[in-house]
Design a protein around this ligand. Structure first.
Ligand code: G6P
Length: 619
């Protein structure tokens, strides 16, 4: 949520900042701004609207200088307007900062600062930090006890101890023209090390192409960046040696190529990303899966008697598929918990309960908090995560990377199928440690190996999805219905539609529909039935008939060769036939495509849907 970029070095900074903001825009996109420090003066350009509009502004009113900060905003406090856009100035303009996070005690701090004569020009919580910094610098200068870098570090430290909440900060001081200060608690920051230059950003995407050496800042650390030097100070531990890691990301990974939208590109990447999630993870001799990073012994793994999967949004839906898989194949009691609930709930957990935090970004605030809470109670906590070096990936005891590459479209697609793939491998892994036979394990492996090719075939339904979208895109409500493994698929299909087309959609277990949603059925409300062939196919068909009996239009997602469905449904989108437990990997493809085409037809911004952000780093 919100994207931060900063640079100090030998190059002109303006275009580096604007380019970085473009690459961070998926984190928040209601307004954007940059500040450049040159010749002891801070030049500021900021604007409500997209980074493109800011780019236009700075091309008309350029800023010269080789150090600066930038921000793309997802509003938390204060409406979306030019004034509330970052960067914010403190004091009489001698401090300038960008902030990602939420300051919970801002109102009290604001009153105290106003009483001291500080004038506020915005409704944001962030401006409080800027004024507080200005106040602390002034106070320390008057005390005369410190000077130079130490003075600014002291001012930052004494400011931070007054803040309650979360922050990723990048700060410029007018009187300190050769240093850029950054700090974090709860909001991610990664520092890029170049040749006589340093970068800072909310995630690694803007650094790719500039450098492949990065340092992930940890909570309670302050970093002092100059062109040729990087120092890190921890609140309690003092100076720490920066741990330099190699960034395995190319600028091209985040490029759109020939696709009109990132979402469509990412949908079509799925044969490859699913393949990547499985690569090197099969052990044919033992008919099981292998994972390099669980960091637990076989004995510890065998002792696990309960699994809790915790996640938000689409990742939670993947978790629900995981619950079904782990219970069916490994016979381990499994629960998928909303991270926002789990962090404050106190469910009983046996000593041998294992926690998996499932997350694309690795930065979702609630998922991180839920994971920390479980870790604090002594449970092994592992991450199923896409973003290498993210906070959750680093704080977990171990984990499994998805290797899906950067996901830029705000609505998650390829990360979902990769998460489901990894969870299937996990079910195989735990299953083979317990009740699953060698032949059963081998069968799962051979079925999984076919999936990338079957997803490729499923993508051929794109034209049909476009046709169906064209027929129904003006509807105000949709129902998504499925049973067993296709219930999470129905939930995910409904979420995709809501997210990007702003149509109200509900996902439900098909039979449960009779207990409420059936009241919504009328000639204008399409029901999407996810009904590939399965053990309870006739039951789902009965549910479908119930909708037809009430004149509700029915769109069916069904297996190729299912002639019966064609007689019942108004429209059928056919996908390849697979084993029931693998259907989420196939059946979610047409639902992603359907939402995509509906959103395009409604003129919605598919990759940047209103009010949403890709990485939700606030509670
Ligand atoms: C946001 C995104 C969703 C995502 C959810 C969880 O709401 O828009 O696409 O599923 O966060 O994110 P995570 O990165 O933890 O998977």
């Amino acid at each position: 949520m919100c994207g931060i970029i900063g640079y100090i070095g030998h190059q002109q900074v303006q275009n580096i900042l604007i380019d970085g903001l473009h690459r961070l825009e998926y984190r928040g996109y209601d307004s954007a701004g940059i500040a450049v420090l040159e010749g002891g003066e801070i030049g500021l350009r900021k604007k409500a609207g997209r980074v493109q509009e800011l780019g236009q502004l700075v091309s008309e009113q350029p800023l010269q200088g080789s150090m600066g900060i930038g921000h793309t905003r997802w509003a938390t406090h204060g409406e979306v307007n030019d004034a509330n856009s970052h960067p914010h100035l403190g004091g009489d303009g001698e401090v300038c900062l960008v902030h990602n996070g939420v300051i919970e005690n801002y109102s009290k701090l604001r009153k105290a600062l106003q009483a001291k004569g500080y004038e506020f020009h915005t409704a944001t919580d962030s401006e409080v930090i800027a004024h507080l910094l200005a106040f602390e610098v002034k106070r320390l200068k008057e005390d005369g006890d410190s000077e130079g870098q130490a003075l600014y570090v002291n001012a930052i430290q004494s400011t931070l101890v007054q803040l309650k909440g979360t922050y990723g900060l990048a700060v410029l001081f007018e009187d300190c023209p050769d240093k850029l200060f950054v700090a974090r608690v709860g909001s991610p920051l990664v520092i890029g090390i170049g040749e006589n230059e340093h970068f800072v950003a909310s995630d690694a995407s803007p650094l790719a192409g500039h450098t492949d050496e990065v340092v992930y800042l940890s909570d309670n650390e302050i970093a002092i960046l100059s062109a040729g030097d990087l120092q890190i100070i921890h609140r309690d531990a003092g100076a720490v040696n920066p741990k330099i890691e190699v960034l395995d990301q190319q600028a091209a990974d985040s490029e759109l190529g020939d696709f009109p939208h990132y979402m469509l590109k990412e949908i079509f990447e799925q044969p490859q990303t699913i393949e990547n999630a499985m690569r090197g993870r099969f052990n044919d001799d033992e008919a099981t899966a292998v994972f390099g990073g669980l960091n637990l012994t076989a004995q510890q793994l065998r002792r696990i008697d309960r699994v809790v999967l915790t996640a938000c949004g689409t990742s939670w839906h993947a978790g629900l598929v995981g619950e079904y898989l782990l219970e069916e194949f490994a016979r381990i009691p499994t629960e998928v918990e909303y991270a926002s609930e789990l962090r404050y709930r106190n469910p009983p957990m046996s000593e041998n309960t294992m926690i998996f935090a499932i997350t694309q970004s690795g930065e979702t605030a609630d998922t991180l908090a839920a994971m920390r809470e479980c870790k604090r109670k002594g449970h092994p906590t592992l991450a199923i995560c896409n973003t290498v070096g993210s906070t959750i990936a680093r704080e977990a005891d171990g984990g499994i990377y998805l290797h899906a590459g950067p996901e830029i479209g705000v609505a998650s697609t390829k990360a979902f199928t990769s998460q489901v793939t990894v969870l299937t491998l996990l079910a195989l892994f735990f299953g083979r440690m317990r009740h699953l036979s060698y032949p059963a394990g081998s069968r799962i492996i051979s079925h999984l190996r076919e999936i990338p090719e079957l997803v490729e075939q499923a993508l051929k339904c794109n034209e049909m999805c476009k046709y169906v979208a064209d027929k129904y895109y003006n509807s105000n409500n949709f129902l998504y219905l499925g049973r067993l493994y296709n219930f999470p698929v129905a939930l995910e299909g409904a979420l995709k539609l809501k997210e990007i087309s702003y149509i109200h959609a509900e996902g439900y277990p098909a039979a449960e529909m009779k207990h409420g949603p059936i009241a919504l059925v009328d000639e204008q409300t399409p029901s999407v039935f996810v009904v590939p062939r399965c053990g309870i196919y006739p039951k789902v068909i009965s549910n479908l008939e119930e909708v037809k009996a009430r004149k509700g239009p029915v769109i069916a997602i069904a297996c190729q060769g299912d002639d019966k469905i064609a007689e019942l449904a108004d429209d059928v989108i056919f996908v390849p036939d697979v084993e029931e437990y693998l259907q989420p990997l196939i059946a979610s493809i047409p639902l992603q495509l359907l939402s995509y085409h509906i959103a395009v037809l409604r003129g919605c911004n598919v990759d940047r849907p209103r009010n949403l952000a890709k990485s939700v780093t606030v509670e």
